[in-house]
Design a protein around this ligand. Structure first.
Ligand SMILES: Cc1ncc(C[n+]2csc(CCOP(=O)(O)OP(=O)(O)O)c2C)c(N)n1
Ligand SMILES: [Mg+2]
Length: 372
């Protein structure tokens, strides 16, 4: 993999927004990133024990991407994702219990256990999935942003919002992606397409699956969309570059495109033998691990160029607390009741329920259908 090499260094913004962040905020970001890492470690264990079914894609290595971008926007700015979605859900503030229960297919999950790993939905957190079809979320991102702009500008309600639509490098050659880019530019729709460029689409390296892979932002620019590249391994750098970019897209109500360079430590999904890359390649990337780098920055005294807002003891107890929270989430998911098939099979499928075939083979009606 050469496109986003481990030695990629990114310039820090001249005027760094992260300098104004409190030590408390930075420690919370470290907490969130470590929570994601720990959550994914326990998810892998549960999957290997066959307690989680279906496809499952681990986010470890990419934590700085979700945390750095989600912390740059408001809690009620809509976000929509691909299937590698646990990290974003947690960074958005979903409880580890609700996320883990979702993966276990339990009623207490954020989508009542109907979505599983790839479909983390939670309306109160403005989280619109989790989508398994590569690129499917790109028109949805346009729609969410259009709705927000319409509400503010035409209906005179709400406020200026910016929507975030995350996708992988493997999605940028999908037809729907280009149709969406054209429309959002034409109608000046405030959505930012964030390409979490981890250099692989399943087992195919970017140089083998995408033309002009050294210059992904040319895709955005060719539609007249302001486009930037960001090193996604340093969370402060992500924030420093993404925050002003997102603020501008919000203020001017226009779209954006970001090539966010990152790397995944684990296989594409839980069933990936990873024959397409070497262990050395993975280890080289791990050397610049985003969590270790942030912890080191917060532990280093200000006099030595760090932030000096975290002690070794605090860091140790933070990790212990997180391990306990994730253990609790797993236990909660294991103990939680499964949905009742009769009660849940057809609920939340259609807004106006149509006649359905019951599990017993008879046609039944859900709630009264106003169309019938
Ligand atoms: C339309 C469509 N084509 C193919 C697939 C099979 N598929 C699932 S994941 C994937 C790779 C996508 O890679 P990328 O977008 O880079 O995301 P990453 O897994 O690296 O996060 C493919 C081809 C699919 N789910 N949907
Ligand atoms: Mg990828």
């Amino acid at each position: 993999m050469t496109q986003a090499s481990a030695s990629t260094s990114s310039p820090r913004a001249a005027d760094r927004p992260s300098d104004g962040l409190s030590g408390e905020t930075l420690c919370k970001w470290l907490y969130d990133m470590q929570l994601i890492r720990e959550f994914e470690t326990r998810t892998m264990q549960a999957y290997q024990q066959a307690k989680i079914g279906g496809f499952c894609h681990i986010y470890s290595g990419q934590e700085a991407c979700a945390v750095g971008t989600i912390k740059s926007v408001e809690d009620d700015d809509p976000i929509v994702l691909a299937y590698r979605d646990h990290g974003h859900a947690l960074a958005r503030g979903l409880s580890p219990r609700a996320c883990m229960a979702e993966m276990y297919g339990k009623l207490a999950g954020c989508a009542k256990g109907k979505g599983g790993s790839m479909h983390m939905f939670d309306k109160p957190h403005w989280l619109f999935g989790g989508h398994g079809i590569v690129g499917a979320q790109t028109p949805l991102g346009a729609g969410l942003a259009f709705a927000a702009r319409y509400e503010w500008e035409v209906l005179g309600k709400g406020k200026k919002k910016v929507s975030l639509c995350y996708l992988g490098d493997g999605a940028i050659d999908q037809g729907a992606f280009h149709e969406a880019l054209n429309l959002v530019s034409l109608f000046s729709i405030p959505v930012i397409y964030i390409i979490e460029n981890n250099g692989y689409s399943m087992g195919t390296a970017i140089e083998r699956h995408t033309a002009n892979h050294d210059d992904l932002i040319s895709r955005g620019k060719s539609y007249g969309i302001k486009s930037i590249e960001i090193d996604g391994f340093d969370v402060l750098n992500v924030y420093d570059q993404f925050k002003p970019f997102a603020d501008e897209c919000r203020d001017l109500q226009r779209p954006g495109f970001v090539d966010l360079k990152t790397y995944r430590y684990m296989g594409h999904s839980m069933s990936d033998p990873q024959k397409y890359r070497t262990k050395d390649e993975v280890e080289t990337w791990k050397e610049k691990d985003s969590i270790a780098a942030l912890a080191s920055c917060l532990l280093t005294p200000e006099s030595e160029g760090g932030r000096g807002c975290l002690s070794e003891d605090d860091w140790k107890s933070m990790r212990k607390e997180i391990a306990e929270i994730v253990r609790d989430a797993v236990q909660f998911a294991e103990d939680a009741p499964a949905p009742e098939v009769g009660a849940e099979l057809y609920s939340d499928v259609y807004i106006n329920p149509m006649p359905q075939l019951s599990p017993m083979g008879e046609y039944t009606h859900g709630e009264k259908n106003p169309l019938l």
